[in-house]
Design a protein around this ligand. Structure first.
Ligand code: ZN
Length: 157
C-alpha cells in the first residue's frame, strides 16, 4: 500500500455530521475526493475545517486533467510535499503536525517512517544503476538527495 492510502481525516466524524453524509476516513478514498475535496456543498463545515479542506484541494487537486480527482496527481503531489518537508529538515512527527495544521489530515508515525525508508532504498537502487551506467554526476546527485532524506536536510553538492 502506498502512503496516500494511509492518510486519514483528523475531523472525520465532525465532517460527516456537518455535511450530513458519511465520508470515508481515508483522505484519498474515492468518495472523500468526490464529496469532500471536490464537493460543492461545503458550506456546512465549520470555518477551521473548511479552510483546511480548501487548502488540500488547492495544493493537491489543482490539475486540469479530465479524470481529476482520479488522475493520480493528488497522491503524487502529496508524496512530493512529504519529501519536501523532510528535505526542509522536519522530523517525521513534525511532518505529521504540519499536515494536521495545514490540511487536517494525518498518517501514523510508522507509516511515514516506512515511506521515507522506501524512498531512500529507491534512491540507493538508482544510485547503483547510474554508477553501473557510468553516469557519475547523476549518481552523485541522487546520492546527495538520498543523504538529505536520511538526515532531514536539503541535499548539498
Ligand atoms: Zn491530474
Amino acid at each position: 500500500m502506498s502512503l496516500t492510502e494511509k492518510v486519514y481525516l483528523v475531523d472525520h466524524h465532525r465532517i460527516g455530521r456537518q455535511l450530513g453524509r458519511s465520508i470515508p476516513r481515508a483522505a484519498f478514498a474515492g468518495a472523500t475526493l468526490d464529496h469532500l475535496y471536490t464537493g460543492q456543498q461545503l458550506d456546512g463545515l465549520e470555518p477551521a475545517i473548511h479552510d483546511r479542506v480548501i487548502a488540500f484541494n488547492q495544493d493537491f487537486l489543482d490539475c486540469d486533467c479530465q479524470s481529476n480527482p482520479y488522475c493520480g496527481h493528488a497522491a503524487e503531489k502529496f508524496a512530493r510535499w512529504v519529501l519536501g518537508e523532510r528535505l526542509d529538515g522536519r522530523a517525521p512527527d513534525e511532518i505529521i503536525d504540519a499536515m494536521r495544521d495545514a490540511y487536517g489530515v494525518y498518517v501514523y508515525h510508522g507509516d511515514l517512517v516506512n515511506f521515507l525508508d522506501d524512498a531512500i532504498r529507491l534512491l540507493d537502487a538508482l544510485t547503483d544503476l547510474a554508477a553501473v551506467e557510468g553516469a557519475e554526476d547523476y549518481a552523485e546527485e541522487v546520492a546527495s538527495v538520498r543523504r538529505g532524506l536520511e538526515m532531514g536536510r536539503q541535499p548539498s553538492r
